[in-house]
Write a protein that binds this ligand. Structure first.
Ligand code: BMA
Length: 317
């Protein structure tokens, strides 16, 4: 694909699964208002989604759904995998929006999620090797902070976290580093909002960063305020493989956003919110799982090489 073609074709980069939504509150074995914004992982040859479930009080917990092909035949657990601890101030208003990476050198998954305290949302971390038992590391970033994921590997011995603090009302994407997953520092702005653009109001990480030969592919959401509310759309960026605070490219256009009727229906219309990604390294096909209107789960697929061709055709930021 030449540069011009690849840029024109960018709105076709992600193909929505024709049977979307793949999960809805009606699929739940217990009463749920909304099932959305899932973390994704592969476990024992299956795809598992750790789905945010909002109960009828408006508080969320996380429950697992499993599928052999990552598209069909979902089986939803009877009970939550992670629910707020009653005595925890940090978890008072629930757990939300998990992102999952597999930390190969530790042989376990890292789950970063939002704990909602009455002082605001904050980033928490749990570790698990089987999604049966979880070690809760606890809060790693104070409020107000969300949209966080670890990278699946360390950089010169340090773990790295992408997250989105709110600072004086500004919602930019930051990156921070830690020697031990507990103490975090070397904080830097990674992807700022762009006044006037589709991602002018706030930006936040979508799925965990995806390692490719060209760099870390970042799928993020950008928000624009309109007369009828916010629109959450999806953009791409590429980070340096060894120095991930360096942004090599950033898409000037969004590549996925609310369009079809089912993507407007739900509690918060106009929201496309990717949180889970699984790359099949043999086929090069990336599956992303996203929240539809804060109510259901959608699936879209893309050829990772086409995503890279597109992002490499974008200007350097
Ligand atoms: C964000 C998060 C998400 C939600 C989105 C749209 O701030 O709270 O959980 O999907 O807003 O409402």
């Amino acid at each position: 694909m030449d540069k011009q073609t690849s840029r024109k074709a960018h709105h076709l980069l992600f193909k929505r699964y024709e049977k979307n939504p793949i999960l809805s509150p009606e699929d739940w074995p217990y009463l749920a208002n909304a099932t959305f914004n899932p973390g994704a992982a592969e476990l024992s040859g299956e795809t598992i989604l750790l789905v945010r479930v909002e109960d009828m009080r408006g508080f969320s917990h996380l429950t697992i759904a499993r599928s052999a092909d990552g598209k069909t035949g979902w089986r939803v657990d009877e009970h939550p995998a992670l629910k707020p601890e009653a005595e925890s101030h940090e978890e008072q208003w629930g757990l939300e929006d998990p992102r999952i990476v597999f930390l190969e050198e530790r042989g376990e998954y890292a789950i970063t999620y939002v704990s909602f305290s009455s002082s605001g949302p904050l980033v928490s971390l749990a570790l698990s090797s089987d999604f049966d038992s979880f070690t809760r590391v606890g809060p790693i970033m104070p409020p107000e902070d969300k949209d966080a994921s670890l990278f699946p590997r360390r950089f010169k011995g340090r773990y790295a976290l992408i997250h989105r603090p709110i600072i004086r009302g500004e919602g930019d994407i930051w990156i921070s580093f830690s020697p031990d997953l507990t103490h975090w520092g070397d904080h830097r702005v990674l992807l700022p909002t762009r006044p006037g653009w589709w991602d002018s109001q706030r930006v936040g990480l979508g799925t965990p960063p995806i390692e490719t030969d060209e760099g870390w592919l970042v799928i993020y959401h950008g928000i624009r305020m309109t007369a009828s509310g916010s629109i959450y759309r999806v953009g791409l960026a590429l980070l340096d493989l060894e120095e991930p605070w360096r942004v090599i490219r950033r898409s000037d256009e969004w590549v996925l956003g609310p369009r079809l009727r089912y993507q407007h229906g739900g509690d918060v219309p106009g929201v496309t919110f990717p949180t889970g990604a699984i790359l099949n390294k043999d086929t090069g096909i990336l599956r992303i799982y996203y929240g539809i209107a804060d109510t259901r789960v959608g699936l879209a697929t893309a050829d990772v090489q086409q995503l890279l061709d597109y992002i490499l055709s974008c200007p350097q930021p």
